[in-house]
Design a protein around this ligand. Structure first.
Ligand code: NAD
Length: 369
């Protein structure tokens, strides 16, 4: 391929192709389709502002039930979304979802320490599971979730929306295609200023600090940009314990990943500074994304042959939320593993545990496959 044609491919084509779903496959068009019913569990900020409004835009999904501990929320959102009283559940009534044929999938959008319990109970009720990131608060919990879904014969998917976002798909393709040369350095930074008095800062509910909540984006991106699994991690934590926000969780934690192909990733996770960016440096160029994993407004640049060009991808027919919500029904219909599977979530949980161990023990941790 010529340099020019090569560059055009990088800058215009591949992200769009990937966004259309060809990398991992999708439900065949000829298959009969229907709109699968989602029960949303936990009517907090992400559920009500991002997910519930997007279900109406889906091709293969719709909102059919709500689960909340707050009767006023069930009433308010039930009325707003036309969910009848028979399809509104308290946490105590949760297991009754088993008897509701309008519920195909349970979407768990609760504080992290509740993910495993509600995912497992959903599987035991015979429902497919979509669970928010982080998948759980330990690798052991993540393994139990996978086992429960396997035993029930239901699918498990994690809410890694960036796996459905065109710029991120483009970055994966560019980084892995070799057009920048072999990847040598990845930097991946994610952080925000955490306001006090929220469950994210309370370890029994969050399972940890910035790494569990926002640093997981830096970790997941480093892995999908590298296109392989790290073999070694090292980490350093900085937490001001006199700050009441950090009585039980960490603030900043920097970590490094060594990949078998020779790439190193340098990652930032912070509850005290704003970051949302990554870079991939090959021997012959670089790719930069900032904001990289935001809800909207992604920006990306590629530098090759001494020239920097901004990447501009067409607006996809489905935004990342809609594509993610439609993907699990597509996987169910096609009988395939979802793209952001439970195994994918488990890999992050194992790495998070190794990162914490490295910071605690002040040494690098070698990883087994
Ligand atoms: P939130 O605080 O806005 O909502 C949490 C919900 O859980 C609330 O409705 C709350 O009432 C309910 N809840 C039930 N039991 C609770 C308890 N014991 N303590 C506190 N709340 C309880 O949080 P959120 O931002 O919506 O986050 C929920 C989940 O979604 C988290 O796992 C988070 O990591 C994830 N999330 C993902 C994204 C993404 O982009 N994928 C974005 C935001 C949040």
């Amino acid at each position: 391929m010529t340099g020019q044609a090569d560059r055009r491919l990088v800058l215009a084509g591949m992200g769009a192709t990937l966004a259309a779903g060809t990398l991992w496959g999708r439900a065949r068009a000829a298959e009969p389709t229907r709109r699968f019913g989602y029960a949303v569990v936990g009517l907090g900020s992400y559920a009500t502002n991002q997910i519930m409004p997007r279900l109406a835009e889906c091709e293969h999904a719709r909102l059919t039930a709500l689960v909340s501990g707050t009767p006023e929320k069930l009433e308010r959102y039930g009325s707003e979304y036309g969910i009848p009283a028979t399809h509104r559940y308290s946490y105590a009534q949760f297991d009754r979802i088993r008897d509701n044929p309008d519920i195909d999938i349970v979407y768990v959008i609760l504080p992290n320490s509740m993910h495993a319990e509600y995912s497992i109970r959903a599987a035991q009720a015979g429902k497919h599971v979509m669970c928010e990131k982080p998948m759980a608060v330990s690798a052991a919990e993540a393994e139990a979730m996978i086992a429960a879904c396997r035993q029930a014969g239901t699918k498990l998917m994690i809410g890694y929306r960036s796996h459905f976002e065109p710029y991120n798909l483009h970055a994966m393709e560019v980084a892995r295609s070799g057009v920048l040369g072999p990847t040598r350095i990845i930097t991946s930074e994610h952080g925000f200023y955490a306001q006090p008095n929220q469950w994210r800062l309370h370890r029994p509910l969050s399972g940890g600090g910035s790494l569990m909540d926002i640093g997981i984006y830096a970790l997941n991106a480093a892995r999908y940009l590298a296109g392989e699994e790290p073999v070694e991690v090292s980490a350093m934590e900085q937490t001001d314990k006199s700050d009441p926000r950090f009585a039980t969780v960490e603030d900043r934690i920097d970590f490094h990943l060594r990949f078998p192909g020779g790439a190193l990733a340098s990652c930032v996770s912070s509850y005290n500074s704003n970051h949302n960016a990554y870079r991939v440096h090959g021997q012959g160029g670089w790719l930069r994304a900032e904001p990289a994993t935001s809800y909207t407004g992604h920006q990306m640049w590629v530098h090759r042959d001494g020239e920097t060009q901004q990447v501009r991808l067409p607006t996809p027919a489905k935004n990342q939320f809609v594509a993610q919500l439609d993907h699990l029904p597509e996987a169910i219909m096609a009988g395939t593993e979802p793209r952001a599977s439970g195994e994918e979530g488990l890999r992050d949980m194992r790495l998070i545990e190794a990162i914490y161990q490295s910071a605690r023990e002040g040494r690098a941790i070698k990883l087994t496959a």
